[in-house]
Design a protein around this ligand. Structure first.
Ligand code: ADP
Ligand code: ASP
Ligand code: MG
Length: 421
């Protein structure tokens, strides 16, 4: 029998009825003899509700003291759902105890709202497991060196679960969610999307970083670093299905690539609506321009994604890049008010209505012409490509947001990913 970590997302914990269902499923695993640790998210909508209350009282501002309170606030969502799950398990006759991040403790750095886990103490959890209890550890949160509560960024319970699994050297972490695995693209956008039986760790890393929110990217990084076996599966199957069958369902994240190389060239399509484009127009085309623009942006702790510099005309050039929508206003103001005047730019313009679409696949390494198929497909649909960025196993394009679904659907078909009806 093994030590297993289960993670349940917000929808899976979304009502008392669903929590009871989770408890019954976990009880089934515990009764089969496994040592069980469960990491729940807040009930669906709760994190948004709490953060909404904060912004009603004071709109977001870049003060550390404000972010500290956001973490104090948002972490309560997971504390409530964890206690409810422990209560539900006790109702099923299973001994169970829940811990907030600080009680374990899950130690993080001090970057409020996007903290990174540094270490997890396994003593308390192990003692409970050895005493035959199911242990519930809140997702999404930890404690910093000064004793402040921190959170790990949206979707962070995935990362809590994988980190807990790594710390306990668990046999496997099962990420239960509202879809039955990882698909070739978001099945809520493309109904022809196919579930993948396995996906390589590298592809999953790219898909998560390029916007597939089925797993938070840091959870995939952790799984890779500590080689934690990880599976994504549905929490909406009947709780009493055969355990062996359940254990093999969904999508396994694999660390072996060989057989995969022979298969699809492109294995998935990811997209991100959460970016915005900024262009600095008419800057003198002299050495140091990129540093002059992006240096102050980096100093303001704003991450830049796709970058493009146009050819020079009359000694002037245009420079564009994307940032996350959350940083858009701040970046625009910074450039318009300080950077552009000092560089002698003619204008700074922005566009928040863009989307990034990416094709991902380790098979792309050994195939030429993949990017050109992507460009041809989009041009046939009349979708204008504004920016391009490539790496060994992905090609991303920035397009007008209104063409997003059309682009994803047509690329899904062009790369042979549609399921046969
Ligand atoms: P949870 O609350 O369980 O953490 P999330 O909403 O964070 O769930 O993630 C699951 C969602 O991810 C799905 O409902 C689906 O819409 C979306 N998604 C995006 N890309 C994919 C993909 N490639 N495969 C499966 N789901 C995806
Ligand atoms: N509750 C947090 C969120 O909504 C963390 C999570 O669900 O993973 O982002
Ligand atoms: Mg999630």
């Amino acid at each position: 029998m093994a030590l297993i970590v289960h993670k349940y997302g917000g929808t899976s914990m979304g009502s008392t009825e669903r929590i009871r269902n989770v408890a019954k499923r976990v009880a089934k695993w515990a009764r089969a003899g496994h040592q069980m640790v469960v990491v729940p998210s807040a009930m669906s909508g709760e994190t948004n509700r709490l953060l909404g209350l904060a912004s009603e009282l004071a709109p977001s501002h870049a003060k550390n003291s404000y972010y500290r309170e956001l973490d104090m606030l948002a972490s309560t969502g997971e504390q409530a759902s964890s206690a409810l799950l422990a209560i539900a398990l006790q109702g099923e006759g299973v001994e169970s105890v829940s811990y907030a991040g600080w009680q374990v403790p899950v130690r993080t750095d001090s970057s409020f709202t996007k903290a990174r886990i540094e270490s997890i103490d396994d003593k308390r959890v192990r003692a409970d497991l050895d005493a035959g209890r199911v242990v519930i550890v809140t997702g999404f949160q930890g404690i910093d060196p000064e004793g402040n509560i921190t959170t790990l960024g949206r979707g962070g319970s995935d990362t809590s679960a994988v980190a807990v699994a790594a710390a306990l050297k668990a046999a496997e972490v099962l990420i239960y969610t509202d879809v039955d695995g990882v698909y070739t693209t978001d099945p809520r956008v493309v109904s022809a999307a196919k579930r993948l039986g396995t996906v390589s760790f590298e592809e999953m890393l790219e898909m998560a970083s390029l916007g597939s929110k089925v797993l938070q990217i840091r959870s995939v990084e952790f799984a890779g670093k500590y080689k934690v076996p990880m599976r994504v599966l549905s929490s909406f199957t009947p709780w009493d299905i055969d355990l062996e069958e359940e254990a093999k369902s969904g999508t396994l994240i694999t660390f072996e690539e060989d057989e995969k190389m022979e298969k699809a060239v492109v294995s998935g399509i990811a997209f991100n609506r959460g970016e915005a484009k900024i262009s600095v127009l008419g800057v003198p085309d002299t050495p140091g321009i990129a540093a002059g623009i992006l240096g102050p942006v980096a100093d303001a702790n704003i991450e830049v994604d796709v970058i493009i510099q146009n050819i020079s005309k009359d000694g002037k050039t245009d420079f564009s890049f994307t940032v996350s929508q959350g940083d858009y206003q701040r970046a625009l103001e910074l450039l318009s008010e300080t950077v552009a005047p000092s560089l002698g730019a003619s204008e700074v313009v922005g566009n928040p209505n863009i989307a990034k679409v990416s094709i991902v696949g380790i098979g792309m390494r050994s195939h030429v012409g993949v990017a050109s198929t992507m460009f041809r497909t989009l041009s046939k649909e009349g979708v204008n490509i504004q920016m391009i960025s490539t790496s060994e196993i992905k090609t991303s394009v920035v397009i007008d947001e209104k063409y997003l679904e059309l682009a994803v659907r047509s690329l899904h078909t062009a790369f042979g990913l549609d399921k046969s009806e």
